[in-house]
Design a protein around this ligand. Structure first.
Ligand code: OOB
Length: 541
């Protein structure tokens, strides 16, 4: 397949033909998907945000008008647009507006800061940046001003009070005849959790992504009666497509936005909107479970609680049904593609102790040793995967792609897993140089590079340390140059470089030198062991 974006490798033709013939790729775009729904039932509510209730008809028409308005401003098919929005209704207007136009959103998270946003804008050569005036006490317009200062010609559109920029609400024109994208086109670029110095961008096509959430709908019981609450950041792959907001909009259900994930925001919404399905990362699920035991809100409408993004402990998993009266669904997925679910009718033991199995009969999953040889059945190894909704390469990353994919096109997930006898996956660990901080992914190398920018840092190695609440936190081991700075000072230094808060090290430990492996590399395993030994007494285990 030839990609609409330069720097993208899609599936070889023989695979594309197979996936079409099997009925996975059904040949319609996001724009068409919304049109079908809006035509069928224009007056049904699609999105609820606070007092706002947006029908399918309204969302459809707003997407048309926004697409036309952006085109008048010179933004067109194939142009990249960095989108950084919190959980507001405009997020969906922007998505579908850009999809109709064939412009390609690059989905940033609300917690991203100057370092990430300017990188996304520059690397993708974005034509525009769509953001919000302020969120969680942070001034996004000031951020936009800094980004524009570095990238001339970048247009900025702001949800809310636009200040010196253009208000998104002003981007509005009568629907125009558009040169619409085709289903095989890249629809957007999603972010990778990453393990390298800079985040990689993941090209997802209309065909492959729509397949992933349409098929997820079947596995998750999503119908037009589903009321889905999105408490995680809407731009993340999990709440977007597993089956997430897009799955629910495909089915004609209702999406309810929570601006914050805390129980005091979420529980009243569950009660008033009669929410049936929602998704959480493990620490959030724990927070909800603790709060649910004491709440006066009626949560009885909730049928399914999905937990994923990081490993859910069996202890937490076992509490879901008794406390919430809902079925737990474990979700083990990745923005690169493959998503595994426990099935709603699995025995309770499978639900609480495994991460489920792939969506598709054509998801190929291999468990291999360090030399890519399959391990004996049931043993632990590296998970490799290829299939109808797993990418064949990151955007403009040839060198990295040569390592991240096998010559046969399997994606090296970096996850260490085993299969149970009945065919479910259990995630046992990780081989990639990444910290999973309660579902938020931190690439060690990226943080190490920020630390190395400090004049008093000679060398840095960032590893995970165990944490009761988040599962893992980050610990930076630092070899100082001369006199060691204060840990506090180094943490402040990293923060002030303008990166997302979740990437700032939780702890800094100064050492004279790093332990080494047999071949003279830094032994991160020894560092992890050292910090977890030190944490044991503190955690009272
Ligand atoms: C989801 O996507 P990403 O791209 O933020 O992170 C993917 C990585 C996986 O490779 C794995 O290391 C970890 O996150 N992960 C899990 C997990 N779910 C994700 N590790 C253990 N248990 C789980 N249940 O995180 C994501 C994307 C779609 C659906 C769900 C999660």
């Amino acid at each position: 397949m030839i990609a609409n974006l330069p720097g993208v490798t899609l599936w070889p033709d023989e695979f594309a033909e197979r996936y079409r013939a099997a009925g996975y790729w059904q040949g319609y775009t996001f724009g068409q998907m919304l049109r079908v729904r809006a035509t069928k039932h224009p007056d049904r509510v699609a999105v609820v945000e606070g007092e706002r209730r947006i029908t399918y008809g309204e969302l459809d028409s707003r997407a048309d008008r926004l697409a036309a308005g952006l085109r008048e401003r010179g933004i067109g098919k194939g142009d990249r647009v960095v989108v950084q929005l919190p959980n507001v209704a405009e997020f969906f207007e922007v998505c579908f507006g850009l999809f109709r136009l064939g412009a390609v959103p690059v989905f940033a998270l609300p917690s991203h800061r100057m370092t990430e946003i300017s990188y996304f804008c520059e690397f993708s050569e974005a034509a525009a940046y769509i953001t919000v005036d302020a969120e969680a006490g942070f001034d996004h317009r000031a951020l936009a001003a800094d980004v524009v200062a570095k990238q001339e010609g970048l247009q900025v559109f702001v949800v809310g009070d636009a200040g010196e920029f253009t208000a998104l609400s002003e981007v509005d024109a009568d629907p125009a005849e558009l040169d619409e994208p085709v289903p095989g086109d890249v629809a957007f670029l999603q972010l990778s959790g990453g393990s390298t110095g800079v985040p990689k961008l993941i090209p997802r096509t209309h065909d492959d992504y729509i397949y992933s959430f349409r098929a997820s709908n079947d596995l998750c019981g999503v119908t037009e009666d589903t009321v889905y609450l999105v408490a995680l950041p809407a731009a993340h792959n999990f709440p977007m497509s597993s089956p997430g907001t897009f799955g629910v909009l495909h089915a004609g259900g209702r999406v309810v936005l929570a601006r914050r994930p805390s129980p005091d925001e979420v529980f009243p919404l569950v009660e008033s909107e009669r929410v049936t399905l929602t998704a959480a990362v493990p620490p959030l699920a724990l927070l909800w479970l603790d709060a649910a035991a004491e709440t006066s809100h009626d949560l009885s409408s909730l049928e399914v609680l999905q937990v994923g993004g990081a490993k859910c402990s069996e202890e937490v998993a076992r509490r879901v049904r008794p406390v919430l009266g809902a079925t737990l669904q474990q979700v083990f997925g990745m923005a690169e593609g493959l998503v595994n679910y426990t099935r709603l009718d699995d025995p309770e033991d499978v639900i609480v102790s495994t991460q489920g199995r792939p969506i598709s009969a054509d998801d190929e999953v291999l468990v291999v040793d360090d030399e890519d040889n399959p391990v004996p059945a049931g043993e632990t190894g590296h998970l490799l995967t290829r299939g109808p909704y797993t990418i064949r390469g990151y955007y403009r990353a040839d060198e990295h792609n040569a390592r991240a994919f096998t010559p046969e096109g399997f994606y090296r997930t970096g996850d260490v897993v085993r299969f149970t006898a009945e065919g479910n996956i259990v995630v046992e660990g990780r081989a990639k140089d990444q910290i999973n901080r309660g579902g938020e992914k931190v690439a060690a190398e990226e943080v190490e590079n920020h630390l190395l920018a400090h004049p008093a840092v000679h060398d840095a190695a960032v590893v995970s340390m165990p944490d009761d609440y988040l599962g893992e936190r980050t610990c930076a081991f630092v070899v100082p140059r001369g006199t060691a700075p204060k840990a506090r000072e180094l943490i402040k230094f990293v923060r002030e470089r303008g990166l997302a808060g979740y990437k700032v090290p939780d702890r800094v430990v100064f050492v004279e030198q790093f332990p080494q492996t047999g071949v003279g590399k830094v032994s991160k395993r020894d560092l992890r062991e050292a910090i977890s030994r030190e944490l044991v007494p503190k955690l009272g285990r």
